[in-house]
Write a protein that binds this ligand. Structure first.
Ligand code: NAI
Length: 379
């Protein structure tokens, strides 16, 4: 099958590489010639590194390179069996792209979006034949991250969904199918990792370095929340949080934080701007955490209880199965354990009592325990 990729930025270039590595002919289209050139040059560098590391032969590298055709014209997509769109995260821009795409492809061509935050149904709204619209959400970098969330919209025909799932499996991806709801699985369930960490900071319980130390040293996470937000970019992370908060009709569980807003407003985006929660300039003093294990454990217990509550909510609201939620968090964002499994190891009763205490102490709806977690405890 010929694979079309629209948008040759970070994600599109990665998806094109992945498809070519899996033996497909790929058409990569971007409206900017300069982006296509950048994608091509970057791929050449990546392939050279892979040859150096003996991961691929130079013949395979040549095959991958020659499998990709670069174009600025949508008409280049005419022979594709699927198009994966990875352009600007803006509904009007995606609508106009999907309208144009439909004019150049066959009726059986799947039209997929790599959107992180927009509804697939709303993207499909631009199509005449919307039963072939889907979300195929990759994680950055697409060739390396094992997880793919596949999202059928209310309009999607099941046969297109099955085709997309088997295509992703043939690329050795771990596939989780989930409902077309804000943030899908990963970007929804992971919110408290950032939000509760920020809240703990705002209450003056601990500083950034201490919270990060607790979550890595005691919690076993690969990266602390503040280091991770500095990697993602505070502007990007704040925008995702805000869009999820709005999409959930302002549910206080997803309320954004002033601290992140202020950091973003100040241009403290993180690594890319040289300063975020931490200072990345040369010679900057690295803050030392307060290595108080009792405090650290309290921080981990609180953030973990909130993450687990969110994982139960995703299952409760039928976004995905418990197995899919656990797979998504371990394969998409490298959590040390699946959250549902983790809750059983700690004891669901213990998690419920942590949440009930938070709810009683603060009286905020944000801390309400999920009904499915409560049910689990009663069983
Ligand atoms: P990017 O800004 O790196 O690349 C976007 C590309 O699309 C640019 O090359 C731009 O020239 C091109 N473009 C914009 N409008 C176009 C149009 N109408 N026609 C053709 N080309 C057009 O963006 P990035 O980060 O690759 O994100 C793309 C999509 O993937 C977004 O929907 C984003 O939410 C989603 N996504 C991003 C992830 C990330 O970590 N960056 C992870 C998963 C999803």
């Amino acid at each position: 099958m010929v694979i079309g990729v629209l948008g040759a930025g970070t994600m599109g270039a990665g998806i094109a590489q992945l498809a070519a590595q899996n033996g497909h002919k790929v058409i990569l289209v971007d409206k900017q010639e300069v982006q296509l050139k950048k994608a091509k040059d970057q791929l050449a560098l990546i392939l050279l590194k892979l040859i150096d590391k003996h991961k691929i032969t130079s013949e395979k590298a040549n095959e991958i390179q020659s499998a990709i055709t670069y174009s600025t014209e949508l008409s280049a997509f005419s022979s594709c069996g699927i198009i994966i769109e990875a352009i600007l995260e803006q509904l009007d821009v995606k609508h106009s792209a999907f309208e144009q795409l439909e004019k150049v492809v066959s009726k059986e061509c799947i039209l997929a979006s790599n959107t992180s935050s927009l509804s697939i149904a709303s993207i499909g709204g631009a199509l005449q034949k919307a039963d072939r619209v889907l979300g195929i959400h990759f994680f950055n970098p697409a060739p390396l991250m094992p997880l793919v969330e596949v999202i059928p919209a209310v309009q999607t025909n099941v046969s297109f969904l099955e085709q997309a799932v088997s295509l992703m499996k043939s690329w050795d991806k771990t596939v989780v199918v989930c409902k077309d709801t804000p943030g899908f699985i990963v970007n929804r369930v992971a919110r408290p990792f950032y939000g509760e960490a920020l809240r703990i900071y705002e209450e003056g319980i601990a500083d950034f370095a201490t919270i990060d130390w607790a979550m890595t040293e005691i919690g076993g996470f690969k990266m602390g929340p503040f280091t991770l937000m500095d990697y993602i970019g505070n502007d990007v992370n704040y925008a995702v949080t805000t869009s999820i908060f709005e999409a959930f009709y302002y549910d206080p569980r997803f309320k954004p934080s002033f601290t992140q807003k202020r950091h973003s407003e100040a241009g403290f985006f993180g690594r890319k701007s040289g300063r975020g929660y931490f200072d990345y300039s040369e010679g900057a003093i690295i803050p030392t955490p307060v290595k108080d294990y009792e405090l650290g454990q309290q921080i981990v217990d609180r953030i973990l209880a909130m993450l687990i509550n969110e994982a139960y909510d995703a299952v409760f609201m039928q976004v995905a199965t418990a197995e899919a939620v656990d797979l998504a968090m371990t394969k998409g964002v490298n959590y040390p354990k699946g959250l549902i499994q983790w809750s059983k190891e700690i004891g669901t009763k213990e998690i419920l009592s942590r949440l009930e205490k938070l709810f009683a102490d603060y009286g905020e709806d944000r801390y309400r325990p999920n009904p499915l977690l409560r049910k689990e405890v009663l069983h």
